[in-house]
Design a protein around this ligand. Structure first.
Ligand code: NAD
Ligand code: UD1
Length: 334
């Protein structure tokens, strides 16, 4: 089976390509490399000893996307391509709506035109907004606090309406919690441009001495120790969740949380990172970050029951794998 993976050169995309290749799928990647490097695709080959077919295209370009569908027999699409920085989306909302919505529209249109009936979309726990934890798939959308989150909510609605109008179509909306860690080879992982926004890449850069200390955004939340609680999931578990989602056979819209179901505070995560890697992480407590919520973790029972999927890797493994990749990674060269 041939799977088109848009955004397949990025962080979650590369790990998913590996999971797909290991499960016996053939992989076609479409990526404009706006937030990734061609080298990451070569690393996939080193790890799996298998080739991916690569198209360096912008997924907002209808003609370029349709050429892929004309040149290949595609059985399913996993759509990762998108812009994902919350802060940047507040500064440049047009760019976010244009890129993330148009990519989805162009792709789903090509699927309809070329009769590709299986579509998996990268959504986010951000669509739950201010609901109470644990987040369950049946909860109504809450107002998301930024344009990035809105693009995810809007794409979910667009894909739902289009599937309802095309009942032979299978669309799976995967709501990710907090993906962290890296493939255990240490060859691929999360390498954000500039100063990281997210916790784990910031922690690994402090460990490496690239950042002096971590700012912990608030210690007065109603949580176990006052710091924010999140559901961290190993990126390879997340990748394997996509393979499970592709096997969903019934037509219609399916929504699944991909998380571990376990909440971990910032201070708890730092402690585990320090213990498993033998490194002290310097930190300072600062003000809360605007838009943050106290706690975010998943109810994962639906994915367990219907996809027969469960996250297997623990926090110790996430911290070890993230640090192994950071040590290997040369921020100047790649
Ligand atoms: P990433 O930036 O590493 O990967 C996204 C890839 O899409 C990049 O390789 C980028 O070059 C490509 N891309 C962007 N716009 C494109 C376009 N118009 N045409 C072609 N390629 C394009 O991000 P990621 O962390 O791997 O995230 C993948 C998806 O998962 C995104 O849709 C993101 O919003 C979603 N998501 C990520 C997280 C997370 O914490 N990383 C959480 C929830 C949802
Ligand atoms: C952020 C995004 C969310 C996105 C997710 C995954 C915001 C407001 N939310 O979520 O939309 O889906 O990333 O990409 O940006 N923290 C610190 N210091 C840091 C960084 C983070 O204390 O330098 C804390 C945060 O306050 C939070 C936890 O660590 O409690 C996790 O933060 P982060 O990794 O940024 O993820 P989210 O806030 O869950």
């Amino acid at each position: 089976m041939n799977i088109l993976v848009t955004g397949g050169a990025g962080y979650i995309g590369t790990h998913t390509c590996i999971a797909l290749l290991e499960a016996g799928y053939s992989v076609i990647v479409a990526d404009n490399l706006s937030n990734s490097k061609r080298e990451s695709l070569e690393k996939i080959k080193t790890i799996t000893n298998k080739e991916v077919l690569f198209y360096e295209i912008d997924v907002t370009n209808t003609q370029a996307v349709e050429e892929i569908f004309q040149q290949n027999s595609i059985d399913g699409v996993i759509h990762f391509a998108g812009l994902k920085s919350v802060g940047e989306s507040v500064e440049k909302p047009f760019m976010y709506y244009q890129n993330n919505l148009v990519c989805t529209l162009v792709l789903i249109n090509a699927c309809l035109k070329y009769d590709v009936r299986r579509f998996v979309f990268s959504s986010s726990a951000t669509v739950y907004g201010g609901n109470h934890v644990p987040f369950v798939e049946t909860m109504n959308f809450s107002q998301t606090s930024n344009p990035y989150g809105e693009t995810k909510a809007m794409c979910e609605r667009i894909l739902t309406d289009i599937t309802n109008a095309n009942p032979s179509f299978t669309v799976t909306l995967l709501r990710y919690f907090n993906p962290v860690g890296a493939h255990n080879s240490g060859l691929i992982g999360e390498a954000p441009n500039g100063i990281p926004n997210n916790l784990m890449p910031y922690v690994t850069q402090v460990a490496k001495g690239k950042q002096e200390y971590l700012n912990i955004f608030g210690n007065d939340y109603p949580t176990i120790d006052g710091t924010g609680v999140r559901d961290y999931i190993h990126v390879m578990d997340l990748a394997e969740g996509h393979v499970a989602a592709l096997n969903t056979v019934t037509a219609g819209v399916h929504i699944y949380n991909l998380g571990t179901g376990q909440g971990t505070s910032v201070l708890q995560l730092i402690k585990i990172f320090e213990e498993v890697n033998g490194i002290v992480i310097r930190f300072k407590i600062t003000d809360r970050r605007q838009g943050d919520i106290a706690s975010c973790f998943a109810d994962v029972s639906k994915a367990r029951k219907e996809l027969d999927w469960i996250a297997k890797r623990d926090l110790e493994t996430m911290c070890k794998d993230a640090w192994r990749f950071e040590q290997n990674y040369n921020h100047q060269v790649m």
